[in-house]
Design a protein around this ligand. Structure first.
Ligand SMILES: Nc1ncnc2c1ncn2[C@@H]1O[C@H](COP(=O)(O)OP(=O)(O)O)[C@@H](O)[C@H]1O
Ligand SMILES: [Mg+2]
Length: 233
């Protein structure tokens, strides 16, 4: 098993009243799974993804990646392990405007491990996401879909076992969104586990594991008849 989330919770306060943004979540994913979590805005999707990615500390519960409990290693060891194991496509625009596309993709390598020339690897990732011809362009000249492809290539730079993607099709027209979903599905087919969260119900047909998030609760395999409710929400 690649990812095991056990009884994971994150509690916040609204005013002085505590509430669970993520409540007792359990999740197990294998190599090559393409897992999709659908949920409305505010249901806790980003919080869950940020907990798994190590950007937030849980209130309680456990996250294991390849059997390793990241809470039990020290910060430096934990962040090195995460950086070599997890790729993250954050919500919204995250590409640095002062760097070329190629430099954006190479960045994760140089941030952690300054040795070696990774230009060839970055170009091959750009090829994989279909925008090798834009390697030397600057982000302001790219479309929304192209920027999302850069973010995906960048997230793959350190050859992660797990790719986390937060609303990767947000603000894209449905054709471009479909292309991005196809791309993520191909990445999962190469053995990288993909976990994406979205409010886009179009995504459902691309994943092999489907979940719904409602007010911090994660529910697996939504029965057919509830899809219409999700879709109309
Ligand atoms: N740092 C925070 N402090 C307090 N409440 C937060 C914080 N971050 C998120 N929340 C709240 O937690 C809930 C879940 O947020 P989020 O995970 O961003 O939802 P989603 O990504 O599904 O839109 C929301 O009600 C949000 O307002
Ligand atoms: Mg979110």
């Amino acid at each position: 098993m690649l990812l095991e989330v056990k009884n994971l919770s994150k509690e916040y306060k609204r005013g002085s009243k505590p509430f669970f943004a993520v409540r007792h979540v359990n999740l197990k994913l294998d190599d090559g799974d393409f897992a999709i979590i659908i949920g409305r805005s505010g249901s806790g999707k980003s919080t869950l993804l940020n907990l798994i990615g190590g950007l937030l500390t849980p209130t309680s519960g456990e996250i294991r990646i390849s059997g390793r409990n990241l809470a039990l290693v020290n910060d430096k060891e934990g962040s090195l392990f995460r950086n070599s194991t997890i790729g993250f496509v954050p919500q919204g625009q995250s590409i640095l405007s002062s760097l070329t596309v190629l430099d954006n993709v190479r960045l994760p390598h140089y941030l952690w491990n300054r040795q070696g020339d990774v230009t060839e690897r970055a170009l091959s990732l750009l090829d994989q996401v279909g925008i090798k011809h834009l390697a030397n362009a600057y982000p302001q000249h790219l479309s929304g879909g192209e920027l999302r492809r850069v973010a995906i290539a960048r997230a793959l730079m350190n050859n992660p076992r797990l790719l986390l993607a937060d609303e990767p099709t947000n603000d894209l027209d449905s054709q471009t969104a479909g292309e991005i979903l196809g791309l993520l599905s191909n990445i999962a087919r190469t053995g990288t586990t993909v976990l994406m969260v979205t409010h886009d119900t179009q995504a459902i047909k691309f994943g092999n594991r489907i979940y719904e998030m409602i007010d911090g609760d994660l529910l697996e395999s939504i029965p057919e008849n509830t899809w219409s409710k999700v879709a109309s929400s």
